[in-house]
Write a protein that binds this ligand. Structure first.
Ligand SMILES: NC(=O)c1ccc[n+]([C@@H]2O[C@H](COP(=O)([O-])OP(=O)(O)OC[C@H]3O[C@@H](n4cnc5c(N)ncnc54)[C@H](OP(=O)(O)O)[C@@H]3O)[C@@H](O)[C@H]2O)c1
Length: 333
């Protein structure tokens, strides 16, 4: 089959399409003919060996796909051949065929657009899990989302609104702020020209925001931490800025703040099979809710661009250029 193969940890610009053997079907496994696979900021880190987890070489990158089930292992009950599914993978998504265990394969409801369902995968899953399970966000609370027009950022804007929060979307341009507003942000902050800390405080009546969702890190994390209200929560999601921030503990003490990490991979693909099985009821219930919200228009996933597999490098360039809004996808068929 055709796939992108990572033979050594190296810059993503070296990756090319190759003919590789089909993946083996694991126990409790599902084989999927891939229609779409998504690209994220993290893909570039994984292939260069700079991510928190390194797949064994050689490997096919790509951690989420939408496609049609073509084969199931004995005992699989989550889906059957012919079903359209979303699957979260360890790796192996940039290929014509992908395999994973049934614990992270989610049958698509009738009528859902396949590209929207794919965006609903890691981006909306991360936003939902962080806000609900770690941020315990409540109706009426103020949520500040950084990188609010990016893949997970825009998802957090919409999920925050769906959960009843008043959302402030913060991003690096007027165009990105406009996208955050179109997707439900009540207010926006353009941090390329406005002071994030001062504006966030002003937009929350001087008391500060209740929850921050931060996939960017760096200086923006530092500023946002200082714009949180008493007993507020900081959700640290990623470091797209390139700098992992450090925290002076006294800042937490003075305002009774909680900083919570969230690693979606620990609940789905990038975890031992037993752990995936343990979290399966929780993740399955979450995707039922997310798919229902996509179908009724509460969530409106944005596909920024579609590329054929052969143009993966170009697609990854676009993600890293900071120009994409929403999700960049590869179309396999
Ligand atoms: N914890 C988890 O489970 C989890 C799950 C998914 C993703 N993540 C992480 O979340 C982060 C964002 O992922 P994503 O898929 O949403 O990526 P994305 O679509 O590329 O969005 C990242 C955003 O970060 C901002 N940014 C600031 N400085 C940047 C820089 N130097 N280069 C690129 N972007 C920069 C950009 O917004 P502005 O231009 O508006 O600043 C951009 O929209 C990544 O670090 C990823 O690893 C974590």
């Amino acid at each position: 089959m055709k796939a992108i193969l990572c033979r050594e940890y190296a810059p993503y610009t070296q990756l090319r399409v190759e003919e590789v053997p089909r993946p083996a079907l694991p126990a409790r496994g599902v084989r999927i003919a891939v229609d779409y696979s998504s690209i994220s900021f993290a893909t570039s880190l994984v292939v260069s060996g700079k991510y928190q987890r390194k797949p064994p070489l050689p490997f096919v990158p790509g951690t989420e796909v939408v496609g049609t089930v073509t084969e199931i292992a004995e005992g699989v009950t989550a889906c059957k051949p012919g079903d359209q599914v979303l699957a979260i993978l360890d790796w192996g998504g940039f290929a014509e065929e992908a395999c994973t265990t049934e614990h992270t394969v989610y049958k698509l409801p009738k009528g859902i657009d396949a590209t929207h369902a794919l965006h609903a995968g890691v981006s909306y899953g991360t936003a939902y899990g962080a806000l609900a399970w770690r941020g315990h966000i409540a109706r009426g609370e103020t949520l500040l989302v950084l990188g609010a027009a990016g893949g997970v950022g825009l998802a957090a804007v919409e999920i925050g609104v769906a959960m009843g929060a008043r959302v402030i979307g913060a991003a690096s341009s007027a165009a990105k702020c406009a996208v955050a507003r179109e997707h439900g942000a009540a207010e926006t902050i353009d941090y390329s020209r406005e002071d994030l800390r001062e504006r966030a405080k002003a937009l929350s009546g001087g008391r500060g925001v209740d929850v921050v969702f931060d996939p960017v890190g760096g200086d923006l994390f530092d500023a946002a931490l200082r714009a949180i209200a008493m007993e507020g929560r900081m959700l640290t999601i990623g470091y797209a800025s390139g700098r992992i921030p450090s925290i002076a503990a006294n800042i937490l003490l003075v305002k009774d703040l909680t900083v919570a990490g969230f690693n979606f991979g620990a609940y789905v693909g990038w975890s031992p099979v037993d752990e995936r099985a343990r979290f399966e009821p929780q993740t399955r219930a979450m995707y039922e809710r997310i798919f229902a919200w996509v179908l009724d228009g509460t969530l409106r996933p944005v596909v920024s661009d579609l590329f054929p597999l052969e143009r993966y490098v170009e697609a990854q360039d676009l993600v890293l250029s900071r120009k994409s809004m929403g999700k960049v996808l590869l179309k396999l068929r």
